[in-house]
Each structure stands twice: as C-alpha cells, then as structure tokens.
Ligand binder design. Structure first.
Ligand code: BES
Ligand code: ZN
Length: 858
C-alpha cells in the first residue's frame, strides 16, 4: 500500500496479489471487494487499466466482473477524507493525529478489499505526509526505510509486516507525537525495541504503561511460553477512540485515558486499568493475531480467551482474591442483566445486523468464564497442555471455537461435547440448592437443580456441564473431607453438575458442617440456597475460601437490603442491619486480611445489584433510599471502628501505584463513603478536608464524587475549584463531568443538559460522551429513572444526535435501557415511549436500529 496522508484528500494506492483459494470451488468469475465511503479513481488488472464497464461500484462494494483463475495483480487508487470521519472507523484524525481503527470492518473505509478475518495477507506499507504535520509515520511490522522528500518538506516511511494477517489488524498512524522508548529481551534473547507515542509534554505519564507492557511480556513467556515475534512493538495514544484499545499487529492504538497516568491526574483504578488493558492488547498478539478468527461469529475465541489471560495476569500481579471479586462484580453488574434482558445472546451469536454491537459483556466476560471453567474441569497442567496444543496446531490460521475446545478434549482426555452448549445457549443458569444434615446417619445431602431460564430467541434449554467448587466447613472453620457415601473422595472440591437434578450424599460427618458453595465463583451462574442467617454469619467469619467469605458478606447485605426495600414499600421503617454490621466489623478489624480485601467487604452491593435481585417491578428511588439507610446504619453501628480505620489507613508520604498502597487508599475511601452518608457536621468536615488535602487523584476524585452525592455548600465550592485546577487537562476534566452526572439530586438532568453545551464538552469525542451521558445513564439510577421520564428523554435525545455522528457509540449508550422491562409500570411506560421515539426516527444507523428494535421486541 502507498498512502499519501492529507487532511481532506488522502490517496491510497493498493496493489493486491490475489489467488483463488484452491480449497474452494470457482463458482463465478467476478471478484467482490468491500468498500465504503471511498472515492475510486482507477482500477488496474495485471497492469491493464480497466474500462468503466469492466467493474461496478456501489455504496458497499467494488465488483470486478471478470478476473482470471490464475494468480493476478489488482491495483486500486482511491481517496478518503479523514477530517470528515466522525464515526472513528477507518482513517480519521484525532487532535491532528492521523490514525486508523479497522476492527471489525473499518479497513473497507480505507481501500477496497476482501475485508473478512479469514483472508490473511502480508502487508508492505509506504506512508508519506507533510513533515510538519506528521514527522512520525507508523504502521505494522518492522520499519525498513525512512527519509525525506521535496527538499525536506515531506517525510516518508516504509513498514513491512512479515506475518500474514487479516485486514482488521492493519493500522497506520501519522502525526507530531513524542515517544518514550525502552527495550525488552525475550526468552530466546532477542532484543525488542518498545515505544509509546503520546502528545508532546505528556511523556512522563506514559512510564506506567511501559512498565506494565514489560511485565505483561515477561508473564506471557513464563505462564504460557509465548514470546514476542517482531523487532519492534509500538503503542500510540489518541484522544478520540471508540473503544479502550486495539491490538493491531505490532502497532497497538489506545484511547489515551488508558495510557496516560500520573499520581496527580489518574486514580488507582486508572493505573490498574492501564496495566490490564496494555496486557490484554499485548496478549492478543498470540490469541487473536497469530491465531485469528475464521469469522466474526468466533469473536469470543480471541476476546474471551484474552480477557481470561488478562484477568489471570492481574491476579498474579496483584491479589488473586481481590481480582476475582472485582471480575465477578463486573460480570454480575454487566453480563447478568444482558443475559436476562432483550439483548441476551449466546457467547457465540448466530446472527447479527451490526457486528460492532456484539463486542458485549457476554462475548467478553462470560466467555472468559467459559475458558476458566475449562481450566477448572481439566486442572492446571492439562489446561496448559491444551493451550500449548492450540498454539502449535493453529498458529497462522483463522480458527473456530470447535478448534479451540478440541485441543482441550485431546490434551485433557475429557469429553467436552456437553460443555460446548455454553457457547450456544444464552441465559444465566440458576442453581437451586438444598442442604440437609442427618445427625443419626452422620451424613449430609446436597441437592442441586439447574434451572435454565428462557431467553428471547429460545425457550427450550439443554442442561449444562457446570463445575461447582464446594467446601464443607466444620465448626472450627476447617474444611472437611468431601467423601461421598459410595466411598469416592472429591479431592479438588469440584462437583460436575451435568443433569437437571443431582443429589450428593456426603458421609462421615459427626457434626453439621456449613456448605460453602460455588467457591471462587467456579461457574457463571446464579446460586440460591436457603441458609439461615447464622450460617452466613459463620461463613463470613470463618470460611477459609476468602472469595466465599466475601460472597457471604455480599449475600448477607443483599438479604438485608431486600428486607429494607420491602419494609419501605409497605410504608414501614426497618431497623435491620445491625447483625450484618457487627459480622462485618470483625473482618474489617482483622489485620491478617489485606486492606484491598477489607475494602471489598465494606462495599455494599450496588443499587443495580439490588434491582437485578428484584428482577421485576423495580422502583430505583426506593432502592436508593434502602441503600442510603443501610449505609447510614453501618456508620451509626460501627462508626468508631470506621473512624479509626480512616486514620490508620492514611498512606502518607509519596504516592505509589502499587497494589498494597492502592489497597490502603481503597479501604480508607470505602470507609469515607460510609461515614459521609451519615452526614453529621463532623462527617461533612472530614469529607471537605479529604478533598482539600488530597495529594493524589484517587483521593481527590473520590471526595469530589461523594460531595456531589449529597449536595452542600462544599459541593459547589469543590466543583468550581476542581474545574479551575484541571480545565486544561482533557482527561482529568472527564472526571469533573462524570462526578456531576452521578449526583442523585433532582437538578442533575438540567445540569447534564447544560454541560452538553460546555465549551470543553464535545459530542465527537467518545470519552466526553461516556463521561457525561454514559455516567448519567449507567451510574445514576435515581435520576436516569426519574418518575417523570426526563432522564429517559435526555438520553434518548443524545442517542439520536449521536446516531448521525458516531453510530457505534450511540448504540452503546442506548444499551443503558436494557433492563427497562423490569421497571415498575409507570417508569416502564415512559422508558418505552423514549425507545419508540428513537425507533421512529428516520435515518437510523444499523447499529442503533438493531439495538432499539431488539429492545422493543424482546
Ligand atoms: N479488539 C478489541 C478492540 C475493539 C473492540 C475493536 C470493538 C473494535 C470493536 C480490544 O482487544 C479490546 O477488547 N478492547 C477492550 C479492552 C479490553 C481490556 C477488554 C476495549 O476496548 O474496551
Ligand atoms: Zn480484546
């Protein structure tokens, strides 16, 4: 390819060497190439210019009517307009930087091509541009030549990628960017040149990402035996980006919010996200790039596996338990509602209108859980052997889910046919468990029924193979041996649930143990078991499996919150929660538990967690009141403990993003959340002081968000001072937009609308849209679900405006309506009205059309 970059009129010359796939029969003489929004100048076949009648151009294709059945060369000259590209797919400009986004189908907006993932090709790319505008020119692979032209007025660079790849992994970048550089010595001793390119002046903020990259490269060698394969690895950070980041071969492109970090500007969660996304995109080099997907239905093959790998990496780098808790929270908050609503689809979908709509929590997070279940079923060693086989057998290929699973069947010597149903069947299984102890027989019976709820496209569900890790906890807190009455001992603690109903009889139990089920969340299911409160209190105090100890706390809190909601809706006052508070207290004071874990213990289930539990007739205002009430009760019951933790967890000294210091800040901030809800003068003072004395963004942002939660004179002061301090930092100011969008106060809708007109807001920058509109729709249940419908209207109008600018982002924001059918009748009617308004609009993009119609049908 030869690309002459120009803001309004970029010329792309592409020379394709094409041969028929010898394994597919020649059915027609015509060649269909995908292409959109291209201006075609010339087509040449084997050096002969084609006449107008020899080809046909439509909005989506270039058809060359007759091509030879021997190998031939097709040359195309086309033009594109990067400046006009606001959909951010294909070639576009972000703050003056030329960049590309090709996954899933953006390459066809750069040139005509067979834009599908099973067509692999070797690319050589020559880029040129005005030297002032784009002194830095990058593409995939290794740099083989560079220089200047036109007496130093223009720059050019030639990049060659030796690895065959599908077009979605193509990338190019041109701009005036500043690099930071480092090197990495691979396991076989090769030196790789690493660079991260950022806006001038932001270099110092890229070091954490570089550090994370090197740790990810080492980890992939040690854990999976995977070595990097080019001489160079480049990352570019841009401000306008639809997603988080993209794994283009040798040239990852990132949303700059996932690269740039300093203690003053980025929170601990941002540091953590950078580490995991840098790792994720790097890991794709093997799971996605070297082995790619045969078609887009196999998207989970690369995404689920790579999410599994990045989760494992984060677990190894930080605390495994805390990581697992965070991942499970996220799965339940995003994937479970998706699976329970009108957008439910299998991990491997069977149809789509717009593939961009299928980069979902189901394809990502649920599918990572499927990989984790395979690892649980096989055990660590056989799992690694299966991965090795997959890399060896399919390197250089475009593979399928069946190919992947077959490797584990072979390496593990296990039949995974029933397991395959997980990929094909939507919906979250429900495990209904009953536990009985028989003192005379010294035995316990565990009955497990799997209930498979219907989803929009299918109602008849097959039973799944569900690995359920369990423990039986004795009165002294020790795990008892799992011996079945037939003598079999379950050594790894994993029960294989394969039928609709199964019963296990455990023998040799002189006293009644407490069952600890689904340890480590060994399968993505809902679990119910009718344990008395005292069993939960026992597990909360004594379960040796720390994940399940947290789960017990979470279940206990959920139970309590549901009781409060019930009392409130009956017009009663409920004083529940003090036993829960005291059970929690012991853990909070336990110094053997790391602070990050104690912080997770203290965080109540979210308001949407409670809405999900209720599943119907949801009144978000009531849930909000219940949530506030329990938070206050915690502050009143164990306030002393919380206050001393607040002082004890003060990190002091300089900032370090490491997991241990971040954990102390997390616990201190979780404590601050609870204490601030009490709202006494001292509590307000503490919060104001937390804001004004903050020396890092973690504390500053947390205080700002809390101040916006309960408006006072301090709130407006902090909002104004934050703005003054950060108005020239385009990333930090997103926190300012988001904090205001989260306020449960009645003035928020008006405030958000006003902020859409703020000079620093831009509907063309997805980060801004996500910070303001996305936060409002997804993190402000009370105001989004206002009883007068004003929240729905606001979001619907924004979706319609965005539809014309950036359909991919519009469709994502629209997803915030996904649980509308679970609402109480009044709100449900208003939400439906807003959806119908969107649906009626002429000129809907495919992206928005698909989501809104499913939302109204399902
Ligand atoms: N391949 C995706 C990026 C992508 C997503 C391209 C959708 C086109 C459409 C990338 O590997 C990815 O998964 N990015 C995630 C972050 C990741 C850590 C889960 C993202 O961008 O949100
Ligand atoms: Zn990915």
């Amino acid at each position: 390819m030869q690309v002459a970059l120009d803001p309004r009129h970029t010329r792309v010359r592409s020379k394709l060497r094409i041969l028929h796939n010898p394994r597919s029969p020649i059915e027609a003489e015509a060649l269909h190439l995908n292409g959109e929004l291209l201006e075609l100048e010339k087509v040449t076949l084997d050096k002969v210019d084609l006449k107008r009648g020899a080809f046909h151009v439509s909005d989506t294709e270039l058809v060359v009517h007759k091509v030879p059945d021997r190998p031939f060369t097709l040359e195309l000259t086309t033009f594109v307009d990067p400046e006009a590209n606001m959909a951010l797919q294909g070639l576009y400009r972000s703050r003056g930087i030329y960049c590309t986004q090709c996954e899933a189908q953006g390459f066809r907006r750069i040139t005509y091509f067979l834009d599908r993932p099973d067509v692999l090709a070797r690319y050589t790319v020559r880029l040129e541009a005005d030297i002032d505008e784009a002194p830095v020119l990058l593409s995939n692979g290794n740099l083989i030549e560079r220089g200047v032209l036109d007496r130093g007025k223009r720059a050019y660079a030639v990049w060659k990628d030796p690895f065959p790849k599908p077009s979605y992994l193509f990338a190019m970048v041109g701009g005036d960017l500043a690099p930071i550089a480092s090197t990495f010595k691979t396991m076989s001793g090769r030196e790789v040149d690493l660079r991260i390119y950022v806006e001038h002046g932001k270099e110092a903020r890229a070091h954490w990402a570089m550090d994370a990259l090197k740790r990810a490269m080492r980890w992939d060698e040690q854990r999976f035996g995977r070595e990097y394969d080019l001489d160079q690895f480049n990352i570019v950070a841009v401000n306008d980006f639809n997603m988080g980041a993209m794994e283009n071969k040798g040239l990852n492109i990132f949303n700059d919010r996932l690269i740039l970090a300093s203690s003053e500007t980025a929170t601990d969660s941002v540091f953590e996200a950078i580490e995991s996304v840098v790792a994720h995109e790097y890991f794709h080099n093997w799971t996605g790039n070297r082995i790619t997907c045969r078609d887009w239905f196999q998207l989970c093959l690369k995404e689920g596996l790579t999410v599994y790998r990045d989760q494992e990496f984060s677990g190894d780098e930080r605390s495994r338990t805390v990581q697992r808790i965070a991942d499970v929270r996220q799965l339940k908050a995003l994937q479970f509602p998706e699976d329970a609503g009108p957008l439910a689809h299998p991990v491997r979908p069977e149809t789509y209108i717009e593939i961009n709509n299928f980069y979902t929590s189901t394809v990502y997070e649920k599918s990572a859980e499927l990989v984790r279940m395979i690892a649980t079923i096989l055990g660590r060693e056989a799992f690694r052997a299966g991965m090795d086989l997959y890399f060896e057998r399919h390197d250089g290929q475009a593979a399928t889910v069946e190919d992947f699973v077959a490797c584990f069947e072979q390496a593990g010597g296990r039949d995974l046919k029933q397991f395959m149903t997980w990929y094909k069947q939507a919906g979250t299984p429900h495990l209904v468990c009953a536990f009985r102890y028989d003192k005379v027989a010294r035995a316990a019976v565990l009955q497990v029924d799997q209930v498979l709820p219907a989803t929009p496209s299918d109602t008849k569900k097959k039973p799944l193979h569900i690995p359920m890790r369990i423990g039986l906890v004795g009165h002294n807190g020790h795990d008892l041996e799992l011996r079945l009455d037939n003598g079999e001992v379950i050594r790894d603690g994993v029960l294989h649930i394969t039928q609709r109903s199964q019963t296990y009889r455990f023998a040799g139990l002189p006293t009644r143990p407490v069952p600890s089920l689904l340890r480590g969340f060994s399968a993505p299911v809902n679990l119910s078991i009718d344990l008395p409160d005292r069993d939960l209190e026992f597990l909360l105090a004594a379960d040796s499996d720390l994940f399940n100890r947290w789960q017990a706390a979470n279940t206990y809190a959920t139970r309590t919150l549901l009781q409060i909601v019930q009392a409130l809706s009956a017009g009663k006052r409920s004083q529940r929660g003090s036993t829960y508070a005291r059970a929690l207290q012991a853990n909070l004071l336990d110094r053997t538990l790391e602070p990050a874990y104690r912080a997770e213990m203290l965080k109540l289930p979210s308001q949407s967690d409670i809405a999900r539990e209720l599943a119907q007739n949801v009144d978000p205002a009531l849930i909000h009141r219940a949530h506030r009430q329990l938070t206050r009760l915690l502050a009143n019951t164990i306030g002393g403990t919380l206050e001393s933790l607040y002082s004890e967890m003060d990190v002091g000294g300089g900032y370090s993003p490491d997991a241990a210091s971040a954990g102390r800040r997390a616990l201190r901030n979780a404590v601050l959340t609870v204490l601030s809800a009490r709202g006494s003068a001292a509590d307000i003072d503490r919060l104001a002081a937390h804001y004004s004395s903050a020396t890092n963004m973690t504390d500053q942002a947390h205080a700002l968000i809390l101040l916006c939660q309960s408006p006072s004179a301090e709130t407006e002061r902090a909002v104004a001072s934050f703005y003054e301090q950060w108005k020239s930092d385009h990333l930090v100011i997103d926190t300012w937009f988001a904090a205001q969008a989260q306020s449960p106060h009645n003035s928020t809708v008006a405030r958000v609308l006003e902020l859409t007109k703020h000079p620093l807001y831009a509907m063309t920058t997805p980060n801004k849209v996500r910070a303001l509109i996305g936060t409002f729709a997804l993190a402000n249940p009370v105001q989004f679900n206002r009883p007068d419908g004003a929240g729905y209207e606001l979001v619907a109008d924004q979706v319609l405006a965005l539809n014309a600018i950036n359909p991919q982002v519009a469709a994502r924001i629209l997803g915030s309506f996904r649980s509308w059918r679970a609402l109480e009748p009044g709100r449900r009617r208003l939400a439906k009205k807003a959806l119908q308004k969107i649906c009626r609009q002429p000129g809907l993009s495919r992206d928005v059309f698909e989501i809104v119609t499913k939302m109204l049908e399902g």
